[in-house]
Design a protein around this ligand. Structure first.
Ligand SMILES: O=C(O)C(=O)C[C@]1(C(=O)O)C=C[C@@H](O)C=C1
Length: 94
């Protein structure tokens, strides 16, 4: 059926975008770990509210369609929460 073929094609495209997203997220995680190490050796707190606001504002500006702004905001809060978890879990300064 035409509709099923179309669904498969769209899902293939989603799969390939997910592949790129995961690769980029992994790069982001690796960079965040470097920030975490920098902070750990200097005793700087992981959470930086001002930086998180800047990240969200910058990301919203990258959107072509402003109707997604609040979704990008929520998604980035979640991404940064996960990044903070990674910093807490992975960085062990003895
Ligand atoms: O830039 C930092 O200071 C980070 O630790 C990275 C990051 C982020 O994921 O972008 C994570 C936690 C902070 O609250 C702010 C930003």
């Amino acid at each position: 059926m035409q509709n099923e073929i179309n669904l498969t094609q769209i899902r293939d495209e989603i799969n390939s975008i997910d592949k790129e997203l995961v690769k980029l997220l992994e790069k982001r995680f690796n960079l965040v770990l470097k920030v975490g190490e920098y902070k750990a050796v200097r005793n700087i707190p992981i959470f930086d509210e001002g930086r998180e606001k800047i990240v969200i504002e910058k990301c919203k500006k990258h959107l072509d369609n402003k109707k997604y702004e609040s979704y990008i905001e929520r998604l980035y809060l979640q991404i940064m929460n996960t990044c903070k978890d990674i910093e807490r879990d992975e960085i062990k300064i003895l």
